[in-house]
Write a protein that binds this ligand. Structure first.
Ligand SMILES: [Zn+2]
Length: 60
């Protein structure tokens, strides 16, 4: 199975939180912000970059 997101797309995406804008990393079908730790769902090969839809960090 292919990766749900192309590396090219992933490279330009950043966290949408205005105070963060951290890099995002694909982990287990979610985009995890490397700065604030929010986890954004990926639906139908398209990331849902909405802070209200994101899960809080699983680890401190
Ligand atoms: Zn962030």
């Amino acid at each position: 199975m292919m990766s749900p997101l192309s590396p090219e797309l992933l490279a330009i995406l950043v966290c949408p939180v205005s105070t963060c804008h951290g890099e995002l990393e694909l982990r287990d079908k979610r985009l995890v912000c490397l700065r604030c730790g929010l986890r954004y769902p990926v639906e139908e090969r398209w990331p849902v970059l909405i802070p209200e839809e994101a899960e809080p960090p699983s680890e401190p």
